[in-house]
Ligand binder design. Structure first.
Ligand SMILES: *Cc1c(COP(=O)(O)O)cnc(C)c1O
Length: 385
């Protein structure tokens, strides 16, 4: 049996799969079983920020694997202590502590619980087109009806308002609102870039009404948008900041960074068996040090701006809009995106959808100018064919 036949036979079936078996990766490229190379603008759904098999991350994992793989948070850990220190030293202003977990949805789940706990309020206002994950709490905050409806009833107390509409938010936030939850750039919802005025307005409204501000940077965090954290484009000071995806160089890891308004947390209120796992901590420390040493946020800002400018110059009726921030790029089409993703794959470029019409590119931030040029030419070819 081939890999594809074997996996198809036993996998759950919950993923829409493409007909390719990826066996190896290096930098911005991956290879399939036949030895064919692709430039990877899926990037593990935005995870491969420092590139596939980044040598610094590989070495850190090898060292830690020989030393200690598991150590729950009821004990202290040398590598965890170092990661926490590093993480908080680079965090947006006002964030002082961190809770470590294993995925994006878990970081959102933790933030929702902490917001309820510390405010004594139960309601959450989230955004239309927002995406926060698939576990019950995070799913309740996620807007897309096709993800939600099969699983009703969800957690009570969630409402969704139009992203970018401060009046709608003002009408929704009241003295039962524990937190407002949003992304700085909506990823899955179509690469919708929030404006600084709007986001600062949301922050001011939260402060005025006694609600916490939870910013979900699971996708935008760690340099993707051209700043280490997208909050830093607008001087936002979230009370809870959700992170995951690129945090640990491809190893599953998430975190919630916690601001002073959250207050002291009692032991036992939340936890995770794998949270703060030493192997993941070592990988994250190496990945973060690599991002800083190679100024990956600066690379993303510069490469992303040039790339989007070129994309915006493609002359075709098919493109409604090119938008994004840094190397988080969306091309909104007047048609469904799926056939174009397939055509791009034939050209040796992997890309992903965001909603039904947006072609989304989340390349590793280490992608070279030549590779990005190849991506551009492939995109131009398939969209003008
Ligand atoms: C991917 C994503 C999540 C969910 O992360 P998982 O690791 O898949 O649970 C949550 N929020 C945002 C903004 C995301 O992009």
């Amino acid at each position: 049996m081939t890999t594809i036949e074997l996996e198809s036979r036993y996998t759950s079936g919950v993923y829409p799969k493409r007909d390719v078996a990826i066996v190896r990766g290096e930098g911005a490229r991956v290879w399939d079983e036949e030895g064919r190379a692709y430039i990877d603008c899926v990037g593990g759904h935005g995870v491969a920020i420092v590139g596939h098999c980044n040598p610094a991350v590989v070495a850190a994992i090898q060292r830690q694997a020989e030393t200690l793989i598991t150590c729950p948070e009821v004990f202290y850990s040398d590598v965890r202590a170092k990661l926490l220190e590093r993480l908080l030293s680079i965090a947006p202003a006002g964030l002082e502590r961190a809770y470590l977990c294993n995925s994006g949805t878990e970081s959102v789940e933790a933030a929702l619980k902490l917001a309820r706990l510390c405010t004594g309020r139960s309601e959450i206002v989230a955004m239309k087109r927002g995406f926060h994950g698939r576990t019950m709490g995070a799913l309740s905050a996620t807007w897309e009806p096709k993800y939600r409806e099969p699983f009703m009833p969800l957690v009570p107390g969630f409402t969704h308002v139009t992203y970018g509409d401060l009046d709608a938010l003002s009408a929704a936030v009241n003295d039962e609102t524990a937190a407002v939850l949003l992304e700085v750039v909506q990823g899955e919802g179509g690469v919708n870039v929030g404006s600084g005025d709007y986001l600062r307005g949301v922050q001011a409204l939260c402060a005025e009404r006694g609600a916490l501000l939870i910013v979900d940077e699971v996708q935008t965090g760690f340099g993707r948008t051209g700043k280490l954290f997208a909050c830093q484009h607008h001087d936002l000071r979230p009370d809870l900041l959700c992170l995951a995806k690129g945090m640990a160089g491809g190893v599953p890891m998430g975190a919630v960074l916690i601001g002073s308004r959250v207050g002291e947390l009692a032991s036992g209120v939340h936890g995770s068996t794998f949270g703060g796992n030493p192997l993941a901590c070592a990988a994250a420390l190496a990945a973060i040090d690599y991002m800083l040493a190679h100024d990956l946020p600066g690379e993303a800002a510069e490469k992303g701006a040039r790339f989007m400018q070129r994309l915006a110059g493609i002359e075709t009726r098919l493109i409604r809009e090119v938008r994004g921030l840094g190397l988080m790029v969306g091309i909104d089409l007047r048609k469904r995106v799926t056939p174009y993703l397939r055509a791009l794959m034939d050209e040796g470029v992997l890309a992903l959808p965001a909603g039904s019409t947006v072609l989304r590119l989340l390349p590793p931030l280490v992608i070279s100018d030549d590779e990005l040029d190849t991506v551009y030419r492939a995109v131009e070819k398939v969209l003008t064919a």
